[in-house]
Ligand binder design. Structure first.
Ligand code: ATP
Ligand code: MG
Length: 561
């Protein structure tokens, strides 16, 4: 096996084998087929990256197909959100398709099946039909309506279409085999009556085709060569093929369904139905709440499309389901933001530091790099003055030799600034430190070239000049669920595992360069993590989301780096 082959996933192997056995490369065509009944989530990203990735690899068209056959749950809002998300992830579809565009063709094919004696109208109640279905070990029982005449079937089916019947009175079923070992082959329902307006076809139809009848035929209409879906559809493959066999006219291409494992992420749920519950019950503010595992939530949280694509690529395509730890997703975004995010300083839990030997009323502007790892990112100026904010956790009255932050009698360097020494502190009536008095070494300014500026002290702290600081609302997020697999418990509902402390709101004190920060921009708040400007920001108030913390911040600092 050479290297190129090694990197292929099993779906690509299937395609390579097809090409080797004579399938024409120019006939390759893929699709991503979401149902517009919710927003896309991180699980969908795997399917998007797989299908669009194949398009790029083989230079083949990829359709975006809305599987919109259930007007009860589908909405235009979801269509719009899905398009936005796929584009944001960086993919361009060849055609924007809708299963609803095929309703007439599907209907015509259904009529053809009736005429061929391969479909019939069943007029039993649904529980009656369920009883006749049998079990995996017992064959089913034929419906008393199974042998209806073709004429009667045609009349009734037309009546269903024309709105002559209430919901549930009749359904159209394929006439296959009530004793098939595959329960899905036991005369599956093709159509039901639904007096509901559809977001596209409005009131044009009051019968709607079911998934199995729609999906393969839509693939066929669009000449999709490889129809990739998740594993739960494996038992549907036989039916997918049966329906295709009824309508296909050779030599038109016969689509091929292949299955891969659904991707699950720890500490969350990846199911539109369950995510909708979180929105409807007010557990989160919206589909794009930054705690949601939706593409729109991750975008608002500060994730980059590159990091999501990288994540999908890293976890790859599997044959068996498993749960991927959310820390891997966090790792990929951290890695990307480390490269691209400008560094700034912000204090989230402020403690006042007064530099007693710095003249009152004076200020100076210090030059600092925007990204030490990227010279092209340039530099900016940050103000320094007598009164500063530092992080409360960065000061202790007393501490052992391993504590490299500020302690009485000890020195630290202020990032891009001076070396300061803590001389004394003031406490309130509760014994809490409310101010630390320090002195600074005027010759120690970073980058000034003096001997003192090169002097090594163990700790470097971030800080913000108090008089220049701007206030912002800072939203800190924790996992939405306390359990790694909230929806995998047999007798407990996933809603029982919601983390009541998944959102913490703070006021942050930010360096003034952030005053002009625009919605969506991402920054590293030094030593604190990566943050992104939230769309809730207004002209008067900035709101930041913490995307992810920095890895091992304290461990690094305390080991003296
Ligand atoms: P949900 O249960 O969240 O609604 P779904 O499978 O019903 O998921 P669809 O809109 O039908 O959602 O999905 C579109 C495509 O994305 C399908 O091909 C589906 O198999 C795939 N997909 C959905 N969820 C995942 C997942 N967690 N991992 C990988 N692929 C997924
Ligand atoms: Mg679905």
């Amino acid at each position: 096996m050479n290297n190129a082959e090694k990197s292929l996933n099993f779906i690509e192997h299937i395609i390579e084998d097809d090409l080797k056995s004579g399938f024409s490369r120019s006939d390759l065509r893929f699709r991503f087929p979401p149902e517009p009944n919710g927003y896309l989530h991180i699980g969908h990203a795997s399917s998007i990256c797989l299908n669009f990735g194949l398009g790029l690899r083989y230079d083949s068209p990829v359709n975006l197909r809305f599987d919109d056959t259930n007007p009860i749950k589908e909405e235009q809002e979801y269509v719009d959100a899905i398009k936005k998300d796929v584009e944001w992830l960086g993919y361009q579809w060849d055609n924007e398709c809708y299963a609803s565009d095929y309703f007439q063709q599907l209907y015509d094919w259904a009529v053809q099946l009736i005429k061929e004696g391969k479909a019939y109208v069943d007029s039993q109640a649904s529980d009656e039909m369920a009883k006749q279905k049998g079990s995996p070990t017992e064959p089913g029982v034929n419906s008393p309506f199974r042998e209806r005449s073709i004429e009667e079937n045609l009349t009734l089916f037309k009546g269903m279409k024309n709105g002559e019947f209430e919901e549930g009175v009749h359904v159209l079923r394929a006439k296959i085999d009530m004793s098939s070992p595959n329960m899905l082959m036991r005369d599956p329902i093709m159509y039901r009556v639904l007096h509901k307006d559809h977001h596209r076809t409005k009131d044009e139809w009051c019968i709607y085709p079911l998934y199995d009848w729609t999906h393969g035929e839509s693939d066929y209409i669009e000449s999709i060569s490889h129809s990739l879906c998740t594993l739960e559809f494996a038992p549907h493959r036989e039916l997918y093929d049966w329906f295709l066999d009824q309508v296909r006219e050779a030599p038109k291409l016969r689509p091929k369904q292949r299955e891969f494992a659904r991707r699950n992420l720890s500490h969350t749920v990846v199911s539109k139905r369950k995510l909708l519950q979180l929105v409807e019950k007010g557990v989160v503010s919206s589909w794009d709440d930054p705690r949601m595992p939706t593409i729109s939530g991750l975008r608002r949280r500060g994730y980059t499309p590159e990091s999501i694509r990288k994540f999908a690529d890293t976890i790859g395509i599997a044959k068996r389901e498993n749960v991927v730890d959310v820390s891997l997703l966090e790792f990929t975004v951290r890695e990307h933001l480390n490269k691209i995010a400008p560094r700034v300083m912000a204090v989230l839990d402020p403690l006042k530091v007064v530099i007693t030997n710095y003249p009152e009323g004076e200020e100076e502007w210090l030059t600092t790099e925007n990204n030490p790892g990227d010279e092209a990112a340039g530099t900016r100026q940050i103000p320094f003055s007598r009164e500063l904010w530092v992080e409360r956790a960065d000061f202790r009255e007393e501490a052992n030799r391993k504590y490299f932050r500020l302690k009485l009698g000890g020195e630290v360097r202020l990032k891009s600034g001076y070396i300061i020494k803590a001389e004394s502190c003031t406490k309130n009536a509760d014994g809490e430190v409310i101010e630390v008095q320090c002195t600074y070494d005027p010759k120690s300014k970073s980058g000034s070239g003096t001997e003192e500026s090169m002097r090594k002290v163990k700790g470097t702290l971030h800080w913000v000049s108090a008089q220049h600081a701007i206030n912002a609302e800072i939203r800190l997020y924790d996992r939405l669920f306390t359990d790694a697999t909230p929806d995998a418990h047999k007798d407990r509902d996933f809603m029982e595992f919601i983390n009541p402390e998944s959102l913490e709101i703070r006021t942050g004190y930010l360096e003034p360069s952030l005053e002009t920060a625009k919605i969506g921009l991402r920054y590293q708040f030094q030593r604190l993590g990566y943050f992104c400007v939230d769309p809730d920001s207004t002209e008067n108030k900035l709101v930041f989301n913490r995307t992810v913390t920095l890895r091992d911040t304290w461990a690094k600092l305390d080991s003296g780096q």
